[in-house]
Design a protein. Structure first.
Length: 131
């Protein structure tokens, strides 16, 4: 429950702060909201890595590698799409709303994680750990 709460609450807070950022023209509020919003999203990282260790068991390295690769690919695609969305709409608000919705979806999905259940991948060999 602790891992789910940390992840989902921090992502939900991030989404709300990103939405707040689009609802003002005060540059100080924009800087503060974006800083707090992206900072709140990072508060979920320890829980995400811990869940990888929990569900990965002997293959935790594989699971963390998959998570990291997916995150990097998503970050690349989102960065490119963000630029195109700004060019198409002439506004930063629309793509920020899109990011906020994706972060909020992540918050909801985080509540569905079960870190007590390990993934079973029996067909992959496990490398022995040096003692």
């Amino acid at each position: 429950m602790g891992r789910r709460l940390v992840g989902s609450i921090s992502l939900a807070m991030s989404a709300l702060l990103l939405l707040e950022m689009t609802m003002t023209r005060d540059h100080r509020v924009i800087v503060l909201s974006s800083s707090l919003g992206f900072g709140a999203a990072d508060l979920m990282l320890p829980a995400a890595w811990a869940v990888c260790l929990d569900i990965g068991g002997a293959r935790a390295g594989l699971i963390t590698g998959i998570m990291n690769t997916a995150g990097q690919l998503g970050g690349f695609v989102c960065s490119v799409a963000f630029g195109y969305a700004v060019a198409a709409t002439g506004s930063y608000n629309t793509p920020v709303w899109g990011v906020a919705v994706m972060v909020l979806i992540g918050a909801v999905l985080f509540t569905r994680l079960d870190p007590t259940r390990q993934l079973v991948v029996d067909h992959l060999p496990v490398m022995p750990v040096a003692q």
